[in-house]
Ligand binder design. Structure first.
Ligand code: PLP
Length: 427
């Protein structure tokens, strides 16, 4: 059913609707719900898919006969690097297989850049005075808090369906040499679900930057996390950058956190061979090698790159119905009122919900008081500040399907109630 836009309703109609919604909301509160749509975590059923890992590895030597129980092999097991090179569309020599967290790798790269500078830097970034980063918004909260923790200033640009606004990025980086880098989640972005096109990637790879050691932190956390049968290919940033004369600009990150175990997977970094050497050089001062036992386990579990793709299809079977349910409930409850927009992601872990400007915090508060935990409003913006107070990130993967339905119904009530309150307030 399509509803009448709230903006077409008279004040009396709005007041009547408010009373009706308030009654629905009060009833919701009596249910004593404890639902959680906050963090993009895999559900237990998804984790169960990789339980065979718990009885691996068989034996303790890799392909070359190296004993994986011992020290060494800082770049990771060659066979795992090859497998993920194929999946990430890069060369094996450009890949490092590390510990369980790609976010830690991002943090390390940033720390090394700040303390020592990159392969193409004149000096450490921390010696440059002000350091700024371009942050497409909405974006991943931990990217922003990481920058904030190091005193790096954030310059926002809009995230569009085909990636960040590349013209705006190009304009900013051309004139400000304190802008040293940018974040991008190129495939099924957190939270907007957008996919960076080859054209946008080409523009970012080739643009002139005032800082000659400008870096693109290409966080491809959801590269393989398709929600439909169409396996969208990520833009080929390393080749594009090399072809346009900036081979050291991109540093790519990925992990198996949402493929096998979020707490015990393997993370990857991919970059130019010189960048890889630079990264391992610094890493080597603090590590004698990664957890190769876990890496061998992953090699045996997957068998091949195709094994990873097949495994991801099993994840899709579990989570795609949850995303469909989010869309079904939102459409049924909110379509036509003109107070909310949401995306239908084709991959990744999030649904991006934009509510009536000025009401996102109220929606989150109403949901919380009814026992439905949502990510705090503003989380997808630097310093937690959404200038329009309209963006809410929904993460439906973790709760079971019936809880997703119940939570979304409650969220829809909160969205409508907050919008009606706002409209009546204005009048
Ligand atoms: N990057 C993005 C965009 C994410 O959404 C997440 C987790 O939610 C991560 C990185 C974390 O990755 P990892 O588990 O490999 O540290």
């Amino acid at each position: 059913m399509t509803h009448t836009p709230l903006s077409d309703l008279s004040r009396d109609d709005l007041a009547a609707l408010r009373d009706q919604l308030q009654a629905t909301y009060d009833e919701l509160k009596t249910r004593g719900l404890a639902l959680d749509l906050t963090r993009g975590k895999p559900s237990s059923a998804q984790l169960d898919l990789a339980d065979e890992l718990l009885s691996l590895p068989r034996g303790c030597t890799d392909r070359s006969g190296t004993d994986v129980r011992n020290y060494g092999g800082l770049a990771g097991l060659p066979e795992l690097r090859e497998m993920f090179a194929e999946l990430l569309g890069v060369e094996a020599e450009q890949v490092v297989a590390g510990g369980n967290s790609s976010l830690s790798m991002m943090r390390d790269v940033l720390v090394y850049l700040m303390l020592f500078g990159g392969v193409d830097s004149d000096r450490p970034w921390s010696k440059e005075g002000v350091v700024k980063f371009i942050c497409p918004v909405p974006g991943y909260d931990r990217h922003f808090t990481l920058l904030e923790s190091m005193g790096i200033e954030m310059v926002t640009v809009p995230m569009r369906e085909d990636g960040p606004d590349a013209e705006e990025v190009a304009r900013l980086v051309a004139e400000d040499r304190s802008i040293k880098g940018m974040w991008i989640v190129p495939t099924y972005a957190n939270p907007a679900g957008s996919v960076c096109s080859q054209e946008v990637a080409a523009r970012l790879a080739s643009m002139e930057t005032a800082a000659r050691d400008f870096k693109i932190f290409w966080d491809n956390a959801y590269a393989l996390h398709h929600l439909t049968e169409e396996e969208t290919k990520s833009a080929d940033i390393l080749s594009l950058a090399a072809a346009s004369g900036h081979p050291h600009r991109p540093v790519m990150f990925a992990s198996t956190s949402k493929i096998t175990f979020a707490g015990a997977g393997v993370a990857f970094l991919a970059a130019s061979v010189e960048n890889v050497r630079w990264y391992l050089g610094h890493l080597g001062h603090g590590s004698i090698g990664p957890d190769k036992v876990n890496q061998l386990r992953h090699v045996q579990f997957f068998g091949s790159a195709q094994g990873v793709r097949d495994h991801m299809a099993k994840h899709r079977e579990i989570i795609a119905p949850k995303f469909a349910e989010v869309d079904r409930v939102l459409t049924e409850r909110l379509d036509g009122y003109g107070v909310a927009r949401w995306n239908k992601p084709r991959g990744g872990y999030f649904v991006n919900l934009d509510v009536m400007p000025g009401t996102a915090s109220r929606v989150v508060q109403l949901a919380k008081e009814a026992g439905i935990a949502l990510t705090p409003a503003g989380s997808s913006f630097p310093h937690g500040q959404d200038p329009h107070d309209e963006n809410i990130r929904l993460a439906p993967t973790m709760p079971p399907l019936d809880e997703v339905s119940e939570a979304m119904d409650g969220v829809a009530t909160a969205v409508l109630l907050a919008a009606v309150e706002k409209l009546l307030d204005r009048g």
